[in-house]
Each structure stands twice: as structure tokens, then as C-alpha cells.
Design a binder for this molecule. Structure first.
Ligand code: FAD
Length: 314
């Protein structure tokens, strides 16, 4: 029997994971590479090394607008991997925001801590250069699932162009992981203040499956504020956001905060297509940059690109 076509996926966020699961189900072979220390991409979680508390410092809420992601969310809810939070039809992941991607990638070949730095066309397919050394295998097809500008830069190493990829633009977001001396004075799971540098404050302790009662918060700055302070050091951005919280609540906010800059956080303009694919070169792009600033968009885009590949290679 002929061996199945082997697809390399760069990026193990939601788009890479949904594409990988669909390709594997269709009988193709898949290998994923991600530069991060764990899978999930912007569906992220970090443990504070001083307090031991955990923060989802990227995406917070999962919502389904369409049927594919709706069915997937329902299945995850049935297995306890997502649970309602922050209002009707809104879910968070359990035990943390990386859980859905980890579920999709279960049993697959995933290499984390691997940064892909170059793509080369060879007669039988593609080879990848990694910052950590050359990947020796040849892949029949390559799927890029990085934020659009990063995908564009990687694509440039191959000499290929995917028209319209440049249309995807992103707003940045500074995220503050804050452990407070005492609780912040607002009711409910999330506070979305009107005006000021803070876009939203998320109460980690009310998320299902987290240690209850600990005054831990993830704070997201607005796109405008994040743009203005894009090149701040993380400590400086964190200190400024803690000051902004003191102003917001009209009282000193005492706490320990760490800042994380998402340079490409939320899509502002999309490519306008579910995915981009060059059938002659067998190279494609999927991600939220195709369809919009949501986990669901990344999921749907990954499926759309996988379907194109399955139609050709399976
Ligand atoms: C602060 C913030 C809040 C958000 N809030 C929400 C929300 O509440 N609800 C919602 O639906 N969406 C939210 N989003 C958006 C959502 O997180 C994204 O739309 C979605 O996760 C994008 O998935 P993706 O797979 O397209 O990209 P990503 O998750 O960015 O995955 C891309 C992966 O590629 C990897 N990578 C990059 N370069 C390389 C390289 N050279 N080599 C190897 N790997 C590489 C990265 O490490 C990353 O894991 C939020 C995003 C942020 C940042």
C-alpha cells in the first residue's frame, strides 16, 4: 500500500489543530511544529512562578456562531473540556484555555519549542529549516497557521506568494496577569470598563475547575493603549496597567503583576477567504487572519484548508 501523503503544519494553535485533526481523520500523515513551549497559541495559559496561580492570558471566551464549531463545543462540553462562563452561550475551557487544542492534537506528532525559519521547494515536496536544525523529512504539503504577518515573512523564504495574505492585519494587546492582595470590587466574572486603558478584567477564580477564592485576574488593555505602549518593557506595561486599575476603582490596587505582549492579538482586517491555498505548490495558509478575530474563525479556517488538501491528497 502507498504511504499516505505527509503534511507539515507550522503552528499548533486552534487553526493548526483543527486542520491536523481533519487531515488525520482522512488518512493523511501530519507533523506539527510550534515555537511555543506548549500548544494552544493564543489560547494560552501560564503559571506564575512566585504564587503558583494560573492565568489564561490570551483568549477567554469561546462562542459558536456556526454549526461546525457549535457541534465541537457541544462535544467538548459533554466531556467537561469546556463549561459555561460569563453569560449564556459563552464557554471557557477546563482546566485551562489550552485544553481544546490539546484535545484535538491528542496522539498526533507535535514538536513544541521548534521555530520554523525557512521553507524550500524540492522536487518531491517541501523541506523545513528550523532554528534548532534542519528537519530531515520531505513533506508533500505545507500548512501555515501563524498570524498573517508572521506567515507572510516565513512564506517569503520560499519565494512564493499567497495573494491576499497581506490583507490580514491585527491589533496588539498587552495582557496583565495580576495577583491581588485582596479581591477587586466588581461583581461577576468579567468587568468591561468604558473608556481608559483597560478593555476587560477577567476573574480567574470563577472559571470552572480553577482554585476558588484566589484574587487572580487577567487584565487586557485596549488596542489603542497597547499600540501606544507596544515597545514598553513587560514590567513597565504591568506597572502602568496596575496604576490604571487604581484610577478605575478609585483606590490603591496592591498586587503583583506580569505583563505579556501579544503583538498580533485580534484580527482587524481579514484576507476575506476561508483559507488561502496554492494547489500547484501544495502550500496553504489558515488562521483567524482569514475569517476574523475569534477562536471559531481559526477553527473553521483550519477545517477549510484541510478539506482542500484532503480533496487532492487523500
Ligand atoms: C489577548 C487576546 C484575547 C483574545 N480573546 C478572545 C476571546 O475571548 N474569544 C475568542 O474567540 N478569541 C479571542 N482571541 C483571539 C483568538 O485567540 C485567536 O483568534 C485564535 O486563538 C487564533 O488561532 P490561530 O491558530 O489562528 O493562531 P495562534 O493561536 O496564534 O497560533 C499560531 C501558532 O503559531 C506558532 N508560531 C508562530 N511562528 C512560528 C514559527 N516561525 N515556527 C513555529 N511556530 C510558530 C505560535 O507559537 C502559535 O502557537 C484573543 C486573542 C488574544 C491575543
Amino acid at each position: 500500500m502507498a504511504r499516505p501523503a505527509h503534511v507539515a503544519i507550522v503552528g499548533a494553535g486552534m487553526a493548526g489543530a483543527s486542520a491536523a485533526r481533519r487531515l488525520i481523520e482522512a488518512g493523511l500523515a501530519v507533523t506539527l511544529f510550534d515555537k511555543g513551549r506548549q500548544v494552544g497559541g493564543r489560547m494560552a495559559n501560564r503559571r506564575d512562578r512566585d504564587t503558583g496561580l494560573r492565568f489564561d492570558h490570551g483568549a477567554q471566551v469561546l462562542r459558536a456562531h456556526g454549526s461546525a464549531f457549535g457541534a465541537r463545543l457541544a462535544a467538548w462540553a459533554g466531556r467537561g473540556l469546556v463549561a459555561p462562563w460569563d453569560g449564556p452561550d459563552r464557554f471557557t475551557a477546563v482546566p485551562d484555555m489550552t485544553a481544546p487544542v490539546r484535545d484535538l492534537l491528542g496522539g498526533l506528532e507535535v514538536h513544541v519549542g521548534r521555530t520554523v525559519t525557512g521553507l524550500s521547494r524540492v522536487s518531491s515536496g517541501w523541506t523545513l529549516a528550523l532554528a534548532e536544525g534542519l528537519e530531515p523529512r520531505v513533506f508533500e504539503a505545507v500548512v501555515l497557521t501563524l498570524p498573517g504577518p508572521q506567515a507572510s515573512r516565513l512564506l517569503a523564504t520560499s519565494g512564493l506568494v499567497l495573494p491576499t495574505i497581506e490583507r490580514a492585519t491585527y491589533a496588539p494587546c498587552w495582557s496583565l496577569m495580576l495577583t491581588c492582595a485582596r479581591d477587586l470590587p466588581f461583581a461577576g466574572d468579567v468587568l468591561r470598563p468604558a473608556g481608559g486603558p483597560v478593555a476587560a478584567i477577567f476573574r480567574e477564580a470563577t472559571k470552572p475547575g480553577r482554585p476558588s477564592g484566589k484574587p487572580a485576574f487577567t487584565v487586557h488593555a485596549t488596542p489603542d493603549w497597547s499600540r501606544t505602549h507596544l515597545e514598553d518593557a513587560p514590567e513597565a506595561a504591568a506597572a502602568r496597567l496596575i496604576s490604571a486599575l487604581s484610577v478605575l476603582f478609585g483606590m490603591p490596587v496592591a498586587g503583583q503583576g506580569r505583563g505579556h505582549r501579544w503583538r498580533y492579538a485580534l484580527v482587524e482586517e481579514t484576507c476575506g477567504e476561508p483559507c488561502l491555498y496554492d494547489p500547484r505548490e501544495r502550500l496553504g495558509y489558515a488562521g483567524d487572519g482569514c475569517l476574523g478575530p475569534r477562536v471559531e474563525a481559526a477553527y473553521d479556517s483550519g477545517l477549510a484548508l484541510a478539506d482542500r488538501l484532503v480533496a487532492e491528497l487523500a
